[in-house]
Design a protein around this ligand. Structure first.
Ligand SMILES: [Ca+2]
Ligand SMILES: [Ca+2]
Ligand SMILES: [Ca+2]
Ligand SMILES: [Ca+2]
Length: 244
């Protein structure tokens, strides 16, 4: 009996500590670039060719989809001013049905960038312990603010995209803001440096002709039933390590 209680106590301590720490221990090295790319949706900068593509292939929401409906990948680099991301997204229909960027923003086609500056993991729904930037086709960037309301963060993620046939190339500059950011302009993005670790994931929300998004496809494996945990829980993000 005594041992059963000890065992249960141990199990609780283990699982309680697990739920509070990062689940995803995979570390992705990120290369340094001196010159920022020209953000025009045209990946003609030489270094884009040299970097490795990473898949965005984990189905977090929705049923099975075929390769023509969606497939996507990304590559990234960094410098002192932030992260630079190139995405190649194949999507058969680009949909933007809600004009107001602060209404139903998650149901239009968009790229979602998850950033946790100090790689702490943890809850971030109504605080900036981490960010969930929804980058819309019209360039608007939405996350929930500390006032718990949808808020535009268009100066945190600057993006341009170009579509050829069903393929869209996005180039993005993501500034990395610290958790003390409080929606006031006094808090600046951090200056990135070699060796820094940042919590990160990226996803594409695909809707072709439905009221609600049809799929959400992410870059990291999320264990358990609720795959769409990243917008609240930074523990499911992967980890970037900045290399020089
Ligand atoms: Ca470019
Ligand atoms: Ca599609
Ligand atoms: Ca954090
Ligand atoms: Ca679509």
């Amino acid at each position: 009996m005594k041992w059963t209680i000890y065992f249960l106590l141990l199990l609780c301590i283990t699982s309680c500590s697990d739920s509070k720490s990062k689940k995803n221990t995979q570390i992705t090295p990120v290369s340094y670039i001196k010159e920022a790319p020209t953000l025009d949706g045209r990946p003609i900068e030489n270094y884009w060719n040299l970097l490795e593509w990473q898949p965005i292939d984990q189905n977090w929401i929705g049923g099975p989809f075929d390769h023509g409906d969606y497939n996507g990948k990304y590559k990234m680099a960094w410098n002192e001013d932030g992260l630079y991301i190139l995405l190649e997204i194949v999507d058969d229909t680009l949909l933007e049905q809600t004009e107001d960027p602060l209404k139903l923003w998650w149901n239009d086609d968009c790229v979602i960038v998850y950033v946790d500056e100090d790689n702490s993991g943890g809850q971030h729904r109504f605080n900036h312990n981490a960010f969930t930037y929804h980058v819309a086709l019209d360039g608007n960037v939405v996350d929930l603010g500390v006032n718990e309301k949808p808020t535009l963060y268009n100066d945190h993620v600057i993006s341009k995209h170009q579509t050829e046939g069903n393929t869209t190339y996005w180039e993005m500059h993501v500034k990395v803001y610290p958790s003390i950011f409080n929606d006031k302009p006094t808090v600046k993005p951090v200056v990135l440096s070699e060796g820094k670790r940042i919590g990160f994931a990226i996803a594409y929300a695909d809707n072709d002709n439905s009221k609600k998004r049809e799929n959400l496809i992410g870059s990291v494996f999320v264990p358990g039933e609720n795959k769409n945990a990243g917008w609240i829980d930074a523990n499911v993000f992967g980890t970037l390590e900045l290399l020089k």
